[in-house]
Design a protein around this ligand. Structure first.
Ligand code: SF4
Length: 445
């Protein structure tokens, strides 16, 4: 077994897990293959939050079985945790199953395969053995760092607490060491990851997420900090104060609301009301007026009436999110909402999703247009995929900005870009100047 290929589905957590898997594969002497057809080992790092994950895996394994010779397959991620032995039973190609809590034991799985055995490694007790220095970073500018794993919220539609386990925070000192290491290696930006990141509690000192964010913002040389995902019910005023005071903390906040109707929110077990959510947005905007908010919305949740759906549209119109990730409800086996008797017909779910997208596309474009003429401080991520003469990066509000390269700047540089045009999901600009260094942060008065 000499070469590998990793396919990653799903969220940022999964993408970071793939970086950790790749780091271990490289240490074990494997080399990356150009595509799955040429690899000896294909890792499927799966997601079970949406779609029809088991069917998707079965069809992907079927495709891989037709390669000559067929590769060995390792199934990782949430579906690995959920399906376990059933995945090994499904196909002889599947040589091991590795749950998200067992990422650090990939070496054990590889050794089992080398002996001709198969391995089933699931559960949440042993990932402490994993070495987080074995991360193969894919972005030259932004390093992802997990600060809390799992989730204790048990929203009735969500599989995550079952596939990623209960919340486990990493010690703050360990996170800061990782941030310092990334900055020393040239990273300008870090993205802190957690399913409910603002539930973070340092297991040694009890420090909360506001304290962690504040400490990360102290790291010299770090230009930008992003963090996902925040749960509205844990977003407190201490955290808002850090956002307002620390210029390195991104002017972007992903704050999933899921629905705008109190009845639906209650049945989702979100534990906040629409009024509380709107009040939170108002407090955040008072402290950080230029913040760019994005959200997740599920339409067609069981029992959602037309009035409930209109309440969701109304909330979106009031908040004016820069981006909305909308999904039609799809039942996840084993979750309470999958057993609710009042499922909404598929045609209604689809029609509501279409109406949601019409509204959110309009608002996104209006907000983008309102930025024409303003300056954006853009961290260059790379070249545009469509045109090699165009750079692409993100502003401090996380909006994607494309602009012609002027020869002087490159990946990892921060430039000031004047926005000249708005597109549906990005901005087009022209470079004004290389951005000046940040002013030192003064302590609050
Ligand atoms: S907060 Fe709710 S939606 Fe988010 S991961 Fe936890 S259970 Fe799932």
């Amino acid at each position: 077994m000499r070469s590998y290929f990793i396919e990653t589905w799903g969220c940022q957590m999964n993408h970071h897990d793939s970086e950790r898997l790749e780091g271990q594969l490289l240490r074990h002497g494997l080399e990356p293959a150009r595509d799955a057809d040429r690899a000896d080992l294909v890792l499927l790092n799966t997601c079970s939050v949406r779609d029809r994950p088991v069917r998707k895996i079965a069809s992907r394994i079927g495709e891989l079985a037709r390669c000559t010779p067929p590769p060995m397959v390792g199934v990782c991620g949430c579906v690995a945790e959920q399906e376990g032995q059933a995945l090994l039973d499904r196909s002889p190609l599947v040589r091991f199953v590795l749950g998200p809590g067992q990422i650090g034991r990939l070496g054990e799985a590889l050794r089992a395969v080398a002996r001709g055995d198969r391995a089933l490694l699931v559960g949440f007790d042993a990932d402490s053995g994993s070495d987080r220095r074995e991360v193969s970073r894919r972005s030259p500018t932004r390093g992802m760092i997990t600060v809390i794993e799992g989730c204790d919220e048990f929203c009735t539609f969500c599989i995550v607490p079952y596939t990623r386990g209960r919340e486990r925070s990493r010690p703050m000192g360990e996170v800061l060491d990782e941030v310092n290491g990334l900055v020393a290696g040239g990273m300008r930006e870090v993205e802190l990851l957690g399913q409910t990141i603002n539930s973070y509690r340092c297991p040694t000192t009890g420090a909360d997420f506001a304290a962690l964010l504040d400490a990360v913002a102290e790291v010299a040389g770090l230009d930008r900090i992003r963090y996902v995902t925040s749960h509205p019910r844990h977003f407190d005023d201490r955290l808002i104060e850090v956002l307002a005071r620390r210029p390195a903390v991104s002017r972007y906040l992903h704050l999933p609301v899921q629905a705008g109707s109190n009845c639906v929110l209650r049945r989702m077990h979100r534990r906040y009301t629409r009024e509380e959510f709107l009040a939170l947005v108002s407090r955040i905007r008072s402290a950080v007026p230029d913040i760019n908010l994005s959200t997740d919305v599920i339409v067609g949740f069981p029992g959602e009436t037309d009035e409930d759906f209109v309440a969701t549209l109304d909330l979106i119109e009031r908040v004016r999110f820069g981006q909305v990730f909308g999904f039609a409800f799809s039942p996840r086996p084993g979750t309470p909402a999958a057993r609710y008797p009042d499922q909404v017909p598929e045609a209604v779910r689809k029609e509501r999703l279409q109406r949601l997208f019409e509204l959110t596309d309009r608002i996104t474009l209006e907000l983008n247009r309102s930025l024409v003429g303003t300056l954006s401080r853009v961290l260059i991520d790379g070249g545009s995929r469509r045109d090699p003469n165009v750079w692409q990066g993100r502003g401090e509000d996380n909006r994607v900005v494309n602009f012609p390269g002027n020869g002087g700047a490159g990946i990892g540089d921060v430039v000031e870009v004047r926005i000249v045009r708005a597109a549906a999901h990005s901005l087009i600009g022209e470079v004004e100047t290389s951005a000046p260094p940040r002013l030192p942060v003064l302590p609050p008065a």
